[in-house]
Design a protein around this ligand. Sequence first.
Ligand SMILES: Cc1cc2nc3c(=O)[nH]c(=O)nc-3n(C[C@H](O)[C@H](O)[C@H](O)COP(=O)(O)OP(=O)(O)OC[C@H]3O[C@@H](n4cnc5c(N)ncnc54)[C@H](O)[C@@H]3O)c2cc1C
Length: 394
Amino acid sequence: MPDLLIIGGGYAGVWAAMAAARRAEDSARDLNIRLLSKDAYLTHRPRLYECNPQDMRSALEPVLAPIGVELIITEVRDIDAKQKRVLTSGADETAYAYDGLILAAGSVLRPQPWGEDQGGTWSIDTHEDAVALDDHFATLKDQQHDQTGDHTVAIIGAGFTGIELATEMRVRLAEHIGREQSERARVILLDAAGTISEELGPGPRPHVLAALEAAKVELALNATINRIDGDQIILDNGERITAATIVVTTGLQANDLAAGFGLATDATGRLPVDGNLAVKGLEDIFGAGDIAHAMTDDSHVALMSCQHAMPMGKYAGHNAASSLLGLPMLTYEQARYVTCLDLGPWGAVFTSGWEREVQAVEQEAKARKQFIMTEAIYPPTNDRAAILEAGAIG
Ligand SMILES: Cc1cc2nc3c(=O)[nH]c(=O)nc-3n(C[C@H](O)[C@H](O)[C@H](O)COP(=O)(O)OP(=O)(O)OC[C@H]3O[C@@H](n4cnc5c(N)ncnc54)[C@H](O)[C@@H]3O)c2cc1C
């Protein structure tokens, strides 16, 4: 029976497992599928800006066990593409042989050159990071609101994540320091660019600005950071911002495993994949999600988003299984593209198409965001038929 290994228990890896199991089931063929991941959870990274980040992950076993996919908790250190084996690190150092491999190890927060450890800043990149930030908020309740920046939160990076976190910040703080103190806190959103989220485009921007104003978020644009020293952000122009909480949301880069093959990667470190999501130049390895640079159609590259990671995972799973079982593959395509940005108590903005044409704002858009965040990004659990159905393409 062929061995298919999947690295990563994020959206791409989980949907790949469901689709590979579905392909094997449909063709009545045996396929041994194992998923290797650092922990036993699917972390809902798009929800880590919300209150209660502790709850923003779901167990992998109830998705994988019913469809016969074995979950192995381990950290992959290296991939030996010639010998077709995956090497893990730590005490359980092991080599896993494979016939087919799906690389879905995702992305990490892009490091910034502000001091070696980014000066003790926080992030919401991983479940662990987001929970640590929440624990830190809990410590603020014992401190008085004063002139030293104790209740100042500075968020660096006015992209999608920075905007979502900034507009939600007073709700987050109110949970820990009470509503009155939260209303008096300073929330500052900094960016080196002269405008918020360059990639957002002109359509949604006025709505985002209205929401930032409603959430009393101070904007510090054209703010180039020279260094961060404790609770001090020192800008290139000499200005200093004091904040007890400095959160970095400056974008993602592909997992380091992508660099291990010596192939040319894109600006964010992603591996080039072909129309079937096979890594170009590597036999029997498919890439999906944030680690893969794939075309969604003739002119658009998939974004690092769960919206793209889930379908990419499905195509990679379907195709990797097909390749091992001698069946035809399907070309990855994803015509529809929407953006839904949560904007705190103000609501949200929902756009469609790559031009980001606004379709809904405020509470109507918020309802769509809540559907995406609480239903669309969750795989079915404990129900073999439903899980295999979710792995079907089309
Ligand atoms: C704060 C934040 C907000 C976001 N908001 C949105 C949003 O609103 N909408 C949207 O569409 N997208 C959003 N994204 C992006 C979205 O979360 C990612 O695009 C998506 O998670 C990518 O899925 P993935 O499976 O490719 O990778 P990941 O979710 O990164 O999963 C990678 C998996 O691989 C595992 N792994 C990594 N390295 C190893 C290793 N060496 N060995 C074993 N396992 C390993 C990890 O543990 C994890 O299980 C957001 C991301 C962040 C961080």
